[in-house]
Design a protein. Structure first.
Length: 156
């Protein structure tokens, strides 16, 4: 009987060790994701503030050359921000929504800049959610979200 209890104890120890290691791995992945999201959040906030700052006195600029230079600078900032926002929308939609500009904020920018800033929209669609598992590399597992309208399938 003693050997039987010993084997059961060893099996329990192995199972508990595996559970602890798995929990630690999941916790570390969560921390890494939170850190990555925090970096994106800070960078997007910084770009948003740069856009607002550059737009502040844009309408008061008289020189056409200065206006074009300022517009070019704001356009490059807006494009970089747009790229980061698109990535964030896929990784963390909730954080994306917290950083999205409101209609009133967006309308304060020249139309060329507005083209690279997210805008509120109302559409009728069905939601499609896919979960892709990568059993070899857990960090590659992900969700993909789509809105299916009558005309198209939008990824977000």
């Amino acid at each position: 009987m003693n050997i039987r209890y010993f084997i059961i104890l060893v099996c329990l120890a192995v199972v508990l060790t595996a559970a602890v290691l798995a929990a630690g791995f999941i916790f570390n992945v969560s921390i890494a994701k939170a850190s990555e999201d925090n970096t994106s959040f800070n960078k997007i906030n910084q770009l948003t503030e740069q856009l607002k700052s550059n737009n502040k006195n844009f309408s008061k600029i008289i020189s056409e050359k200065e206006k074009n230079e300022k517009l070019s600078l704001m356009d490059s900032i807006a494009k970089e921000r747009k790229s980061l926002m698109k990535e964030l929308a896929k990784k963390n939609p909730k954080l994306f929504l917290s950083l999205a500009m409101k209609k009133s904020q967006r309308s304060a920018f020249p139309s060329k800049i507005q083209a690279n800033i997210e805008k509120e929209a109302v559409i009728t669609a069905k939601t499609e959610v896919l979960h892709i598992d990568d059993f070899k590399e857990f960090k590659n597992s992900r969700f993909e979200y789509y809105l299916k309208t009558k005309q198209e399938k939008l990824s977000f």
